[in-house]
Design a protein around this ligand. Structure first.
Ligand SMILES: [Zn+2]
Length: 453
């Protein structure tokens, strides 16, 4: 007998159903009842306990016949420190075969980037005997949902690797929750992906101070689109179409509206842009350390009117321009240290003090856009520690940036407003048609009309 045996003899019977097992299980073939009776004792000694009954035995016969038609297969999991070659050799491939497979993989993917925990599906010749190191016919592994690499043995014995991209579809995902400790915790508990949560926080950050405004019992709702494989696994999260937060009983709702350039902007139900003319917090991740109003000055030691708010942040944290405007002042003052003032329009200006240093690009008279970095947090001037002293001036007078009602940057009207209302209505209907924390396939009918910016 050679290395390839006929179906009537022993064969490696790893059908797809056995995926996950690591031990090589040798099951005798039995194609006729008479042979089966002869083989029964050895079958019982070899097969797992679920093969114990006569009925399951006949099932097993079918499985064995199936195995004779389908290639034998197994699945293994990459362990920490494993190379692809290690795994192939450990599962019985000879060095030559393993090397050929690895070389083929390199053509489409660097096998060094495989990580511990990666599942590998291996398939073998039907008629191989155990110990035949050249019986591997195929290796498959999925790198991301819907994206796999297949390495297939060719007729000449060489291996070829190819990428397999699964068919995907668009779907809407509805997620909602009630906040008990934090928005983060509630979002996680309800399965909202981190990237969607981050995008949602960004939408609300013009109107909500997440450290002060969000309380236990507040609620959120979000509906976003994603690409998913046809077996329902997320491939890529796309645009948030609708997001709402109900804070202390008052709802705030925002809807995505597609702009002429293909990007999305968010509007409240009246068609007012979420993007405000001014940012309330011009430093990311900052903590409000001193609020607006009368207070004991920490250095001068007597009560003074604090005409701004202080945001504590590590030295060097970037400071953003709160809105579009022109740099009106940029100076080193004894009290405010490195200080910048931006004029936004006839009504509003903002000021930034105690900067460690200025960003180089913004000299006096230069135009600046909202979100551009104008300097870095420091403790220059009269400051006890690194923080940003931030002032908002309305008609030459300092106002409390936390309370001031900033004007919306854009308000839709005319045709655009009509288009937005249709979009909003569609989003509301779609949201209502999905079960809480459910999913719905997107259809062409949900495509949005395009807005002019
Ligand atoms: Zn201050």
């Amino acid at each position: 007998m050679g290395t390839r045996l006929l179906p009537d003899a022993w064969l490696c019977a790893f059908a797809g159903a056995a995926v996950g097992a690591l031990t090589t299980l040798m099951i005798p073939t039995a194609t006729t009842p008479s042979k089966l009776s002869l083989l029964t004792p050895s079958l019982f000694s070899l097969v797992p306990e679920n093969f114990a009954g006569a009925e399951t035995l006949s099932e097993n016969v079918r499985a064995i016949v199936h195995a004779a038609i389908e290639p034998a297969a197994r699945s293994v999991t990459l362990r920490a420190g494993d190379t692809l070659s290690d795994v192939l050799v450990r599962t019985g491939a000879d060095r030559f075969t393993a090397q050929n497979v690895v070389d083929a993989v390199r053509g489409v993917f660097d096998p060094k980037r495989l990580q511990a925990g990666q599942e590998l599906a291996l398939a073998y010749d039907n008629f191989a005997v155990e110990g035949d190191g050249g019986s591997l016919t195929r290796l498959d592994f999925e790198l991301n949902p819907g994206y796999s690499i297949a390495v297939v043995r060719q007729d000449d014995g060489s291996f070829e690797a190819k990428e397999i991209v699964a068919e995907t579809h668009r779907e809407f995902v509805r997620t909602e929750g009630t906040i008990s400790t934090s928005l983060f915790e509630s979002a996680q508990a309800n399965g909202l992906p981190m990237d969607v949560l981050t995008a949602m926080v960004k939408i609300f950050s013009y109107d909500v101070d997440f450290q002060r405004d969000v309380q236990k019992g507040d609620q959120f709702e979000v509906m976003f689109e994603r690409n998913a494989t046809n077996d329902g696994r997320a491939v890529r999260n796309l645009t948030i179409q609708y997001a709402a937060m109900t804070l202390s009983g008052s709802p705030l709702k925002f809807y995505a509206f597609k702009q002429e350039d293909g990007s999305y902007e968010y509007y409240n139900d009246k068609g007012e842009g979420v993007r405000k003319a001014l940012l309330r917090t011009p430093v990311n991740g900052a903590v409000l350390t001193s609020s607006f109003g009368l207070r004991m000055h920490p250095i001068l030691g007597y009560s003074l009117m604090h005409r701004g708010v202080d945001f504590g942040a590590p030295k060097g944290t970037p400071i953003m321009a709160a809105g579009d405007g022109i740099i009106e002042k940029r100076e080193l003052s004894p009290s405010f240290g490195n200080y910048i003032r931006i004029r936004h329009n006839n009504e509003y200006a903002t000021a930034y003090a105690h900067m460690n240093r200025f960003a180089p690009d913004f000299a006096i008279g230069k135009r600046v856009r909202q979100g551009q970095i104008i300097g870095y947090v420091g403790a220059t001037g009269r400051a006890t520690g690194p923080h940003l002293h931030f002032e908002v001036m309305q008609n030459q007078k300092q106002v409390n940036p936390i309370n001031v009602k900033f004007p919306a940057a854009q308000k839709l009207d005319g045709t655009l407003l009509a288009q937005f209302r249709a979009t909003k209505q569609k989003a509301d209907q779609t949201f209502a048609s999905i079960e809480p924390n459910g999913v719905k396939m997107a259809s062409a009918a949900t495509a949005q009309t395009t807005a002019k910016k």
